[in-house]
Design a protein around this ligand. Structure first.
Ligand code: FAD
Length: 634
């Protein structure tokens, strides 16, 4: 018997236009194959077939208006041709059940899509974009994973007749800047990239993310080797050759920055070395180069993307002394100090404390607030804090450094706090107390760009500043100051410069502390949910029940996922344990795609892996977990 294929729930829309009919009577179709495309004033969506089979009749044509429940086609299901009546019934029941499931799934996805489309529309109109999706632009539904940054490929041709030296000038070559420059060049724009240093890559590649991870790797191997004694395998005391370690770190940096140089050249990006400041809203003055020799030149631009990043905060009343380090100095030490005070228990401070403690330094950590990594949930930080306590001398939270005196042999730090001594002497002191944006150092405010009192440049969803043709991305444009935020913004800004309809609308930005154990979280934290009165269900899986974790000699990890109580969708997640930073990516995707506990739990994770803890945390929330005994709630 022919099945009727109907328009699913498409949100708050009625009388939606059929803009494309993708199949005709007589066509064989697969289950989920798109049959028609609808377009509302908010979005386009495809209506798929609920089963495989043969289309016997199309009930709609292009230009027709349809609403939820209207029949669009008749289909003879692939397995409905049998003579056996009993089999027929079974097949029908199966097809109906599938159709029901598909309809339910579709309903949820379409509802979400409609909500997302509406939200995007609001955001876009805030950002000044008015252009509507092109009628042929097919926006996939929320579950299909196509993010809405590019709602339509309007591809308005770059303006070549503007009379400026370049279409886009990118100021700063960190992860935000080089990404923006390369994306803009790939879209056919004429790009100039201005960087004050002779090497591209910014903080992240040269003195941040990459070198710190290279050193954290050796710290992890040293500690893992020591831990192996518990498994019955003992190694000797590690011999650390600092010049070789630094050489390795530099070789990693060189590979990556060399790659950037070559990619810039292949893309014909004009790289200029010098320090830029704004002369007017279409001209940048560029002074000298990093070696101080040089003249001032000017480059005019149609659009500019500011990506000048941030720099470490150093308190002004501290003495000027080479033994007081910022993170850059700590990543290129002249020697491994005997003792080190790390001021700041945030991500950078803890990563570097981990590096030095593993390489043999006596490390103390002092943190002004009551806890390490204040942005993360306490249950995630606890295993790290326990491990840091065993590898460091002291961790003083709720404690302030009131001064540092530079003596001949040591630096004397004085403290004010509950457990710390009045003062203590160290070979080196590392200040990891935050990074300040460079927004006030480029004369941007003189050309009308709004810069707040801290130095952050104010931007909208398109990364556009208060001056229409000037964009800002990365650390200079707000928090979180993370490389992956900068790169995503870089693409958005470049696409806007090319006339594309783009917006930065990420639901979540993950944070990772690359210590051992790693701590990672994304979306709403439990602390935040409680503070904001967000009702949630939590699914958690302790790594003590993970065969893989136990085999690795680690049992203190934990993976948890928060689901919105009303919608059932994942809204936040966190993990602690080795490799937690790798696990958080899947959870970010789950949140972006609006997954519920079943979506994640029914996704088969390979066994035995740490990634199983993600699936099992979801199963715990769904009530289907068998790897732990969780008594039923009464
Ligand atoms: P930056 O990388 O800061 O680059 C800005 C560039 O602009 C620089 O090259 C600078 O020389 C140039 N510039 C500035 N002013 C001018 C001017 N007037 N003219 C010309 N050029 C100029 N983030 C993560 O996501 N993961 C991590 O693991 C991580 N680890 C980190 C570890 C450390 C030790 C540090 C310090 C940071 C770490 N970060 C990490 C943060 C990350 O480095 C930054 O978020 C990221 O580099 C920001 O990128 P950006 O493009 O905004 O700017």
């Amino acid at each position: 018997m022919a099945q009727e294929i109907k328009v699913p729930d498409i949100g708050d829309f009625d009388e939606v236009e059929v803009i494309e009919v993708l199949v005709a009577a007589g066509d064989e179709v697969e289950e989920e194959q798109a049959l028609i495309t609808l377009e509302s004033d908010k979005a386009t969506l495809e209506v798929p077939s609920s089963a495989a089979g043969k289309i016997t009749e199309m009930k709609v044509k292009e230009g027709d208006k349809v609403s939820e429940g209207d029949v669009i086609a008749l289909l003879e299901a692939a397995d409905s041709g049998s003579d056996d009546e009993g089999e027929d019934d079974k097949a029908d029941a199966k097809a109906d059940a599938k159709a029901d499931d598909a309809e339910k799934e579709e309903k949820a996805a379409n509802q979400k899509q409609a909500e997302d489309a509406e939200e995007r529309e609001k955001k876009q109109s805030k950002g000044g974009e008015k252009k509507k999706s092109s009628s042929k632009g097919k926006e996939k539904d929320a579950k299909s994973g196509e993010k809405s940054q590019k709602e339509s490929q309007s591809k308005s041709a770059p303006k070549k007749d503007h009379g400026y030296d370049c279409d886009v000038l990118v100021l700063g070559s960190g992860p935000g800047g080089y990404t923006a420059a390369f994306r803009a060049a790939d879209m056919g724009l004429n790009v100039t990239l201005v960087e004050r240093h002779s090497v591209l890559g910014g903080v992240c590649l040269n003195i941040g993310c990459i070198p710190s991870k290279a050193l954290l790797h050796s710290a992890k191997v040293i500690e893992d080797a020591a831990d192996m004694a518990n498994h019955g395998v003992s190694f000797g005391k590690p011999k650390i050759e600092l010049p070789k370690l630094m050489e390795f770190k530099q070789s990693v940096i060189d590979k990556l920055t060399g790659g950037l140089k070559s990619m810039a050249s292949k893309r014909k990006v004009n790289v200029v070395t010098g320090t830029g400041t704004f002369k007017d809203e279409h001209t940048l003055s560029i002074e000298g180069d990093s070696h101080g020799d040089g003249e001032t030149s000017e480059i005019s631009f149609n659009n500019c993307i500011i990506a000048v990043g941030s720099e470490p905060v150093i308190l002004p009343d501290w003495p000027e002394d080479d033994r007081i380090w910022d993170s850059e100095a700590a990543l290129s030490p002249d020697e491994i100090p005997k003792s080190l005070l790390v001021i700041g228990g945030g991500i950078i401070g803890l990563e570097l404390a981990n590096v030095y403690a593993a390489h043999g330094t006596d490390v103390d950590i002092v943190e002004m607030t009551d806890t390490l990594i204040p942005g993360a949930d306490r249950d995630l930080v606890k295993p790290l804090q326990k491990r840091m306590s065993s590898r460091c001398g002291n961790i003083w939270t709720g404690t302030k450094v009131t001064g540092i005196k530079a003596g001949k042999k040591s630096l004397k730090a004085s403290f004010e706090g509950k457990d710390a001594p009045e003062s203590k002497e160290y070979d080196r002191v590392l200040a990891a107390i935050g990074r300040k944006p460079n927004g006030k150092k480029i004369g941007a405010e003189n050309v009308g760009v709004k810069v707040d009192e801290r130095g952050f440049i104010t931007i909208d969803k398109q990364c556009r500043t208060s001056v229409d043709n000037i964009f800002a991305i990365g650390d200079v444009s707000g928090e979180p100051q993370l490389a992956h935020r900068a790169t995503h913004q870089g693409k958005v800004a470049a696409e806007c410069c090319a006339g594309e309809k783009a917006a930065f609308d990420a639901k979540v930005i993950p944070s990772v502390v690359y210590t051992d154990p790693e701590v990672a979280w994304t979306g709403v934290t439990e602390t935040q949910a409680k503070k904001d009165g967000i009702e949630y269900e939590k699914g958690a899986f302790p790594w003590a029940a993970s065969g893989r974790a136990l085999g690795m000699g680690t049992s203190e990890g934990n993976t948890k996922i928060l689901f919105d109580k009303e919608t059932g969708r994942a809204i936040g997640a966190g993990a602690v344990g080795p490799g937690a930073g790798e696990l958080i990516a899947e959870l970010g995707l789950a949140i972006e795609m609006g997954c519920d506990a079943h979506d994640i739990g029914l996704t088969i994770h390979p066994h035995p892996t740490l990634s199983e803890t993600v699936g099992m945390a979801a199963e715990a929330a769904a009530g289907t977990l068998t790897d732990l005994y969780i008594p039923k709630k009464k």
